[in-house]
Design a protein around this ligand. Structure first.
Ligand SMILES: [Zn+2]
Ligand SMILES: [Zn+2]
Length: 255
């Protein structure tokens, strides 16, 4: 199984996971042309996408989904709550499948295991994806670590983990007070320290890859995110990958 990012951050997100001829796209926050270009950078055609999985209805995750899915006739999977929020925008699409935050389901060769997260959306989830042999955990857009999240991600072989902000940079940075409160709140985004706390609560013994994702361009730096996770994992900071807004990250193989 392998995975890569089309781009990660508040201007748009997209992550691909592929095994045995099945490739799912988790979220699509880029326009159609941009998405096609970003897929091409990874050697993928739109026709190689088996399904789009949606984590929640925020624009940086969903804005590109309706047009891209309709144009290339790709099935879309989202929670009942997410679909309730976006029903009008998804009206013209024929292949839309609803799932509950606790339902496991299969797409081709991949097993999809959603888990509920605290975030200011209707029914937000994140995912563990497995090909039956190895598991990738994906967690962004989460206000705080929970025991359920730690349990869902325990023992994964690879982890894409939000490191949204450094709390000091956020609090001393340019955002208005209300936005600072939203981001730092329990339904906002994970700080570097909160992500490190989550890592400490998980079984990390099988981790082959850790990528810090959804970094704020104003309130974080790759160095601070790397340092926080490396401290929790007891590894070299360079070992932690970074998903950037512009480039995402290149394919990573899980063996
Ligand atoms: Zn987001
Ligand atoms: Zn969000």
């Amino acid at each position: 199984m392998r995975f890569a990012s089309l781009g990660s951050g508040s201007d748009g997100n997209g992550l691909v996971v592929e095994a045995a001829g099945t490739c799912v796209l988790i979220d699509c926050g880029f326009g159609v042309k941009d998405t096609v270009w970003r897929l091409g950078r990874l050697g993928l055609e739109p026709s190689s996408i088996s399904a789009i999985l949606v984590t929640h209805e925020h624009g940086d995750h969903i804005s590109g989904v309706p047009a891209f899915a309709a144009r290339y006739e790709i099935p879309v999977w989202a929670t009942f709550g997410t679909l309730a929020e976006v029903s009008i925008r998804f009206e013209e699409m024929t292949q839309v499948y609803a799932f509950d935050s606790h339902d496991h389901f299969a797409i081709g060769a991949l097993e999809i295991m959603p888990f509920a997260v605290p975030h200011d959306a209707r029914e937000p989830v994140q995912f563990v994806v497995s090909d039956g042999a190895v598991r990738l955990g994906v967690l962004t857009d989460t206000g705080c670590p929970t025991p359920h999240i730690a349990q869902s991600l325990s023992g994964v072989n690879a982890l894409v983990l939000e490191c949204n902000h450094d709390l000091d940079m956020l609090m001393n940075g340019p955002y208005p007070a209300q936005l600072k409160r939203r981001i730092a709140g329990r339904l906002g985004h994970l700080s570097n320290d909160a992500s490190a706390e989550l890592v400490r609560a998980m079984d990390c013994s099988r981790l082959q890859h850790v990528i810090a994702a959804h970094l704020s361009e104003k309130n974080n730096t790759p160095e601070l995110a790397r340092a926080a996770l490396a401290g929790a994992l007891n590894c070299a900071p360079d070992w932690i990958g970074i998903a950037t807004q512009e480039d995402g990250f290149a394919w990573r193989e899980i063996s």
